[in-house]
Design a protein around this ligand. Structure first.
Ligand SMILES: [Fe+2]
Length: 253
């Protein structure tokens, strides 16, 4: 695997060195045993997390007004920043997404080659902000609208909240009992799962709480039927980023 120029803005050697010290075989065993789900506390070395946080905090005055608030009664409330805004205003995040060390780690974990999303997918990487009382998302799958699998990667950036990622392993597996679990996505924690397999939600935040998570999406196929692309874009426009971002983002960036 070759190093790409896209990974250059964020030093990847500390991450690669750190990942080399992880017992990947054991982690993959857990990932497989849990139906393609794993949470890795302290995944990101302090230097790498600081690099991301410094970039974000340094650009926060420009980035925070770009948070798109959304509210779907009975299902979801929160803020999101799309890939187009991150491309334009916080390049450390796209650089992290394209890190070859991270991709190699995820491919070992998934046991298969993974692909970056196409440039017109607003959910390729994004920030989720829970900053108001009652911010949450109800039970759902991260459905893949692509022809292959969709892997969701969550990285904790800030967590001054009582929010939990609650999940049920094997929710749709008729051959075994579901296994419930919950985790706080603390700064530096990495969560990786197959979006079509993990039934999950995030519990509501309380007044005065604050939680910021980076989400990344990796695929096994770039193919998508145009109708499913439309459905995916509508979901992203309504539930996450707004119509302006989703339907004019690629052109603006
Ligand atoms: Fe989700």
């Amino acid at each position: 695997m070759t190093q790409t120029a896209a990974a250059a803005p964020l030093a990847t050697d500390p991450l690669r060195d750190h990942l080399a010290g992880i017992d990947l075989a054991a982690l993959r065993e857990t990932f497989v045993a849990q139906g393609e789900f794993v949470a890795v506390p302290d995944f990101l070395p302090a230097a790498e997390l600081d690099a991301l946080l410094d970039a974000r905090l340094g650009e926060l005055p420009a980035l925070e007004p770009r948070v798109h608030r959304n509210f779907i009664p009975g299902h979801k409330k929160g803020g999101s920043v799309s890939r187009y805004e991150l491309d334009a205003h916080a390049p450390a995040f796209p650089a992290f997404y394209r890190s070859q060390a991270l991709l190699a780690f995820l491919q070992h974990l998934a046991g298969r080659p993974l692909l970056h999303c196409p440039p017109d997918d607003p959910h390729t990487y994004a920030l989720y902000y829970y900053t108001e009382a009652g911010d949450h998302i109800g039970w759902h799958y991260d459905t893949s609208y692509y022809k292959g699998e969709r892997y969701t990667v969550l990285l904790g950036l800030e967590d001054h909240s009582s929010c939990k990622l609650e999940y049920e392993l094997f929710h749709d597996d008729a051959t075994r009992a579901a296994v419930p679990g919950a985790v706080s996505i603390t700064p530096g924690m990495l969560v990786v799962f197959n979006g079509d397999k993990l039934w999950h939600r995030v519990t509501p935040s309380a007044a005065g709480e604050r939680r910021v998570v980076l989400t990344l999406e990796y695929l096994t196929s770039l193919g998508m039927h145009p109708l499913r692309r439309f459905v995916s874009n509508m979901k992203d426009a309504i539930a996450y980023f707004g119509f302006r971002q989703v339907f004019s983002g690629p052109r603006r960036s």
